[in-house]
Design a binder for this molecule. Sequence first.
Ligand SMILES: [Mn+2]
Length: 411
Amino acid sequence: MKSGVKRTTIRRHIPAMQRWTASVKTARRPTHAPRKIAGIKSFNDYRHVRRNVLAAMGEMNSPLIATHKRPDCDALGSSIALALHLKEQGKNPSLFMLAEVYEKLPTFFRDAIFNHGINIVGENTLAAANHDGLILLDAAGASRLEAPIQNLRETLTAGRDGKSIPVIDIDHHYGEELMAPKNLTIVNNKASSASELLASLLGKEMSQSTAPLLFAGILADSRNLNFMIGANTRERVAIMERRTNVDRNPLYEQIKNLSLDDKRLIAECLDGSLQVITASIGENRNKAEYRIMPVVVHKDQLSGEHRRWKDDLKDQLGFNRLADIVLIIYYVPSESKYRCSVSLYNKAVTNGTALNLQPVAEALREGPGGGHAGAVTFDFHLERYAGNHQTAIDYIVAGIERHCGRKPSLI
Ligand SMILES: [Mn+2]
């Protein structure tokens, strides 16, 4: 779409989108007022916002697309898919990616960038003047953007340099602040992934070549449909499987792509040979309580080579050893600080709204942090507990009890 577009042109997109969502049995637009949570992104996935976002994207010719630091498969899948989609529409999009990230990309994503000739912009080739829009996907918060993108976004938001290009934000996390104007922000923390939000936004416009990338993003964030999914996600994935002729199990194995370092770390966590705190699963389960499994991974056990261990460890503790909640306190070498990750693993709660961990992150975070109802990650000052990890864990468990109204029991 060019600027000065007529309303009818914009409207043409809408029936296509509605047909797509109508074919998804349980997909529903929220009818209640937006839920406002002070200081952080609010629930904002309305039809008029989607219309605004599609129209704004239509007017961009050379947007820059960016996602969070150390991008995971949802971040990669959604941002590469959007770049490809815009390219197929005859536009000239670029994807921001540091050289060190590009070098370590899982083959699936590297091939997609290479085969489709996606233009990559790095720290040294980024020039704001080359772009007429900034689109953020799966970014969660300003602190999770690479510094050049953080600066660019701030410059644009402040309207400095006499230049103001639109910023769009599509995300399934609550971060610390709004990253774009509210009418260009789609945040839905009930969606499995940013890829799912983009798939729903593109609807029938989604091409044969963008679909596998979005499919990969959904599978990665939902841990092959085991986590944070509703009936609408299953339905959407079934449609994608049919459309792309891609089997989800081999695709999931392909994108998981754990390094040997990560595999070793996970194995050492599981067999207790690291200084991790775990306990066996209790036999008598009190239904009024949730069982929680804490793990602490210390500074000297992580290196820059450990990239994707956390999700896999959580899945093994959660799905294979049947914890309801997995708590991991881990060191982030690149930022020299500890972070706390709390995730729900009981399917009854990950697919519903029985527990919401967001208020826990809001109350306990000691720095940036956020997430969605089923999983939160936040900075945590482990040093404050003087090496007594049990005290730190007790503090977090008490926080979960206070803010979720349910008592977790350690296993
Ligand atoms: Mn994500």
